[in-house]
Ligand binder design. Structure first.
Ligand code: ADP
Length: 396
């Protein structure tokens, strides 16, 4: 059996997602997740040949789950197909502008960025170190969520606070979802026959975490997320843009501590906080269709903020070759797509209701009428992008 696939690892603070992907054929031979890695009730579940399996791991932690993964890969004769490992890493600060092969210096660099993503980067490092130990000799790479946005100009990434805070502490906007933007914008350009190096593409990545990006000639020039994923759009549980004085207001008026306010704005706000119902867009759409006014208001605010951001980005780009929807909501919600496009009619969007209704569940396609400014859906695939980057790095 030839070495034709990449093991993609996405390590979170208490979970570890994995997949073995052939970057050429896009075939995914196995995928799965190890969960509850903090505590002693960890388990790993995986899907292979359409069948689902689960195994209890006790107090395995990240390292134990990688050991279990090695066993699963061996049992299924997949070890000999793995040519390299690609790790998703959330934050690369200003240090990392593209994907790179792992060296001691790179590990140190990820550690140096840990203060920018204190929940994520240390977890990624656990996964990387466990893989170095359990897959000796196999080349490994890291693919950063932030790297794609390092092309943003200073006018997009600087906050209007004392400049020394940027110089001394790296306080600036970094943006997230970069791997998705890179994949989705290139795929859209290819589907439409656009010259990627001479294109103007808007992408709305709408999942539980949501952001938008302005992409000029294949490069990110602006995005909605900032120092952290809290900034920008209304999300499942995050508030998005807010007056920074809300912190002192909530402290003085309501007696909340710094930690409580951070928790409130990150975990209890957004669609969940506004609607009082749920953070899941499907639940809100269902409720709104039955006349739940606050659910409808929540969806309208979500779309209002998104449309406002996209309109600003369109002005930055100077033209729109395509507006692309992706992520769980972007790919599946015809309701949200229609609501947003109606608000952007000034840019010449004319929605094709039939195409919009039919384009869902991983299906990509154009959802506007001929002659309209193009809006479309592209199903994102960050894992495939990580596999492609890793293979390209390994093959030099
Ligand atoms: P994450 O940010 O966690 O990666 P996803 O991109 O997987 O999120 O998107 C998850 C979200 O997609 C869910 O919270 C749900 O709101 C939304 N979603 C999924 N299917 C639909 C659907 N059919 N209609 C509306 N929203 C949907």
């Amino acid at each position: 059996m030839s070495k034709d696939s990449v093991l993609v690892i996405n390590c979170g603070s208490s979970s570890l997602k994995f997949a073995v992907i052939n970057p050429q054929t896009e075939e995914e031979s196995i995928s799965g997740i190890a969960e509850r890695l903090v505590g002693n009730e960890a388990f790993i579940s995986w899907k292979i040949n359409g069948e689902k399996h689960t195994q209890e791991l006790g107090a395995a932690g990240h390292e134990g789950s990688i050991e279990a993964l090695v066993g699963i890969l061996r049992e299924n004769n997949l070890m000999e197909r793995i040519e390299a490992i690609g790790h998703r890493v959330v934050h690369g600060g200003e240090k990392f502008t593209k994907s790179t092969l792992i060296t001691d210096e790179v590990i140190q660099g990820i550690e140096d960025c840990s203060h920018l993503a204190p929940l994520h980067n240390p977890a990624h490092l656990l996964g990387i170190r466990a893989c170095i130990k359990n897959f000796p000799g196999l080349p490994q790479s890291v693919v950063f969520d932030t790297a794609y946005h390092q092309t943003m100009p200073a006018e997009s990434f600087l906050y209007a606070v004392p400049y020394s805070l940027y110089q001394e502490h790296g306080l600036r906007r970094y943006g997230m979802h970069g791997t998705s933007y890179r994949y989705v914008s290139k795929t859209a350009a290819d589907m439409l026959g656009l010259d990627y190096n001479n294109s103007a593409i808007l992408v709305a990545h709408l999942g539980n975490g949501a952001s938008a990006c302005a992409i000029k000639n294949g490069q990110s020039v602006d995005t909605t997320m900032g120092l952290t994923p809290l900034e920008g759009l209304v999300m499942g549980t995050r508030c998005g843009d807010i007056d920074a004085n809300v912190f002192s207001f909530l402290n003085k008026q309501c007696g909340y501590s710094l930690d409580e306010i951070t928790q409130l704005l990150n975990k209890k706000s957004g669609m969940l906080g506004l609607s009082g119902l749920d953070n899941d867009c499907r639940v809100l759409e269902e409720a709104a269709s039955k006349g739940h006014e606050r659910a409808q208001l929540t969806l309208d605010i979500f779309c209002h903020v998104l449309a406002k951001k996209l309109a600003g980005f369109a002005a930055e780009l100077g033209r729109i070759d395509a507006l692309v929807f992706t992520g769980g909501i972007g790919e599946n919600s015809s309701v949200i797509r229609k609501n947003v496009l109606n608000r952007l009619a000034i840019f010449g969007f004319d929605i094709d209701d039939t195409a919009n209704m039919e384009t869902f569940r991983g299906k990509s396609g154009v959802i506007t009428k001929p002659g309209s400014t193009v809006a479309m859906v592209v199903a994102t695939n960050e894992e495939l992008m990580i596999a492609r980057d890793t293979e390209a790095l390994v093959k030099g």
